[in-house]
Structures are given as structure tokens and as C-alpha cells.
Design a protein around this ligand. Structure first.
Ligand SMILES: Nc1nc2c(ncn2[C@@H]2O[C@H](COP(=O)(O)OP(=O)(O)OP(=O)(O)O)[C@@H](O)[C@H]2O)c(=O)[nH]1
Ligand SMILES: [Mg+2]
Length: 359
């Protein structure tokens, strides 16, 4: 076991897979629908004006990143927020929910809405994710379409921009992402292709911005441009909040991110994680808190379960360790993670199971 906390009783990475894993299919009683229901309504946000007087000219509003899977939307969201709040991976369709990240500045509050990649759906899950993306378009002040500079503009991008053209009123900007991966000449061609796509679809780009979230190039400029496009208004979220996602959802995503590492083909799509319980352990001294998290990692088939667990549980243990460290970094509390693998057969295509998994 490659875990540095192996001998620390508080810090075991995961329970022993040998006796904790069970073969139950997703059970009705295990998931609480209310807890899992995500609320994507942007209107219910509590105004912060009561405890903060915005200076003259202060701006606030919502900007949504959209683009095909793997375009770099979530990486850019994290770069702008200045801390990792959403998960990223090299696998397409990593993001499965709409997460808001909040950028606090002295002159503005910018709420970034990270969305799943829009794609040709092959499952009910895919359709649901696409619906989520479309819902955000009409609710935000600016839609920022991300086009990765290292990939040619393709049918997927054309489809997205054409669909977006049907939404009236929203300001659109184009972001050329991952510029660190291309030469200046390639970037110039990419920017021309973005302009051409705009003309072809009668889309007026309010801005076309090249950025590299990984190299940090032009991220500050993008923030300035977005702020300039926001309406005047007071902060919408309390100072210091970086996201409005519940901690359970953040933890579940971090576990899924760790589980995505090193798996391929269909398996990444088959993984879903639900945090069943989360709470500070009772009886701990104030200066030594411990957060207990009980989570289930669902896959769709028995063979996938075997891969997830690995030889004598080795893979599950390393996933648990990696996830625990990420959760600790995000929440700032030591974590005890009890992670089990379960099968929810063909959940991506099953409306009942999708609902139970929060989609
Ligand atoms: N070199 C480089 N890689 C990047 C950059 N931005 C993102 N990536 C990589 O691109 C991959 C996809 O990034 P994500 O941010 O997860 O992409 P996404 O658009 O959110 O993807 P979905 O959630 O699946 O739609 C990851 O491997 C990132 O590390 C960048 O600026 N430069
Ligand atoms: Mg993403």
C-alpha cells in the first residue's frame, strides 16, 4: 500500500475493499432524491448587499463557459477563480454538472458557470447533460465559447455555435484555449477560423481572446474583458465564497476525478460517485478535527468493478488516497474516506437510476 498515512489510525485512505465491497445494485433506499437534486436556477442567489456596500461602478454578473468536451472549460474556470474548485481530466465529458465559481475583485464579482461539454448524445445521460448546458445560455450575461487552439474547428463547434445563435440577447465571446500547445502561426489561423465561424453563423463575437489556463497567459486579460461585459450591480455572493457547490458534490467529483486517472475506453463514462454521508467525527478535540466521508463509486458492469478495485484492492486504495488528499486540500480538514464500489447496471441509459444519481 503506497500510502504515507498507512499507520496513522485517523488517516486510512479507504476501508478494506475485501469485506466492504458489495454487489448490491443501486438500491432505492440508498439515495435521497432531495439531497441529490441539483438546483440550476440562478435567480435564488441571496444578495450580499445587506452586508456589503458596493462601491460606485461595481459590476457583477454571470459568464458561462461552453464548448465541446475537453476544450479546457473547467481548467479555465479554476485558473480564473484562482483555486481548483472543479475537476478536470484528459477524458472527454469530465464535467457533469453546472458549477458556479466566483471571482472576487475590488471592482467586480464575476460568477463563472462551468458546464458539461456539448456533444452528440449517445445515452440518456448525454441528453440530460446537453439540456443542462442549453439551460444556462439564457440565464447568463455572457456565454464564452471555448475553442481549443490545438484542434481544428469541427462539426461539433459549428453545431454548438449554431444552436447558441438561436438564443437571443446573450452576449457571446470566443475563447481560444490551450494556446501554449500551438505556434503563433497556428494560433493566427485558429483565430481566423473562429472569426469565419462567427460570420457563417451570424454570430457577433463581442471579443475573441486567446488564453492558456495552464501557462497562465492572458487569463487576467480575459477576466478584465468579462468584467467589462457585466452589468453594474452589487456582489451576489458573500465575500470569500469560491463556489456555491455543496461540499458533498465537490467531494464526489474529486473522487470521480481520481477514479478517472488511468482508466480508458468506456469506463470513464460509466463511473458515478455519490457521497452518502459526510460529517465531522464526534468526540474529536477542536484542534484535531476529522471529516468522515462515506461514498459509493458506481460502475455499470461487473468487469468494470474488478478493474476499479484492482489487484487485492490496490487500485481502489490509490484512488481513495488521491481523492482524500484533494478533498483535504479543498476543505482544509483531515478526511477519513470510506469508499466502496457498487454496480448500477447501465445507469447512463436508465431514467430511474439517473434520477437517483442526481441527473
Ligand atoms: N496544455 C494545456 N492543456 C490544457 C489547458 N487547458 C486545459 N488543458 C487540458 O485539457 C484537458 C481537458 O481540460 P478540462 O478543463 O477538463 O476540459 P473541459 O472543457 O472542462 O472538459 P469537459 O468537462 O469534459 O467538457 C485536461 O487534460 C487539461 O489539463 C491549457 O491551457 N493548456
Ligand atoms: Mg469540464
Amino acid at each position: 500500500m503506497a500510502d504515507e498515512h498507512e499507520h496513522d489510525e485517523d488517516q486510512e485512505p479507504t476501508g478494506d475493499p475485501g469485506d466492504e465491497l458489495d454487489d448490491d445494485e443501486l438500491d432505492d433506499d440508498e439515495l435521497d432524491d432531495d439531497e441529490l437534486d441539483d438546483d440550476f436556477d440562478l435567480s435564488g442567489v441571496a444578495p450580499a448587499g445587506a452586508f456589503y456596500q458596493a462601491p460606485e461602478g461595481f459590476r457583477s454578473g454571470f459568464a458561462s463557459f461552453v464548448g465541446r468536451p475537453n476544450a479546457g472549460k473547467s481548467t479555465l474556470t479554476n485558473a480564473l477563480v484562482g483555486q481548483k474548485i472543479v475537476i478536470t481530466s484528459s477524458k472527454p465529458q469530465t464535467t457533469r454538472n453546472v458549477v458556479r465559481g466566483i471571482v472576487h475583485r475590488t471592482d467586480a464579482q464575476l460568477i463563472l458557470v462551468d458546464t458539461p461539454g456539448l456533444h452528440r448524445p449517445r445515452t440518456l445521460l448525454g441528453e440530460r447533460l446537453n439540456d443542462l448546458v442549453r439551460t444556462t445560455w439564457a440565464e447568463v450575461d455572457v456565454v464564452a465559447v471555448c475553442f481549443p487552439a490545438n484542434e481544428k474547428i469541427g462539426p461539433g463547434d459549428r453545431f454548438l455555435v449554431t444552436e447558441l445563435a438561436k438564443v437571443r440577447r446573450t452576449t457571446r465571446i470566443a475563447v481560444a484555449t490551450k494556446t501554449d500547445l500551438v505556434t503563433p502561426e497556428q494560433l493566427a489561423n485558429h483565430l481566423m477560423d473562429i472569426a469565419a465561424l462567427g460570420e457563417e453563423t451570424s454570430t457577433e463575437w463581442a471579443e475573441v481572446v486567446p488564453v492558456s489556463a495552464v501557462a497562465g497567459d492572458q487569463v487576467g486579460l480575459l477576466a478584465d474583458l468579462l468584467v467589462g461585459l457585466m452589468p453594474e450591480g452589487p456582489p451576489l455572493y458573500p465575500d470569500g465564497d469560491l463556489t456555491d457547490a455543496p461540499e458533498e458534490a465537490l467531494a464526489a467529483d474529486l473522487i470521480r476525478e481520481a477514479a478517472l486517472e488511468g482508466v480508458r475506453d468506456e469506463l470513464p463514462h460509466s463511473i458515478a460517485v455519490v457521497v452518502e454521508e459526510m460529517g465531522l467525527r464526534e468526540g474529536r478535540p477542536d484542534d484535531k478535527p476529522l471529516l468522515d466521508i462515506v461514498a459509493n463509486l458506481y460502475v455499470e458492469r461487473d468487469s468494470q468493478k474488478g478493474i476499479m478495485i484492482g489487484h487485492k484492492g490496490s487500485r481502489l486504495r490509490s484512488v481513495g488516497t488521491a481523492a482524500r488528499k484533494q478533498i483535504e486540500a479543498l476543505l482544509g480538514t483531515p478526511v477519513y474516506l470510506d469508499l466502496q464500489v457498487k454496480i448500477a447496471k447501465d445507469w447512463q441509459r436508465d431514467p430511474r437510476q439517473l434520477r437517483k444519481l442526481g441527473f
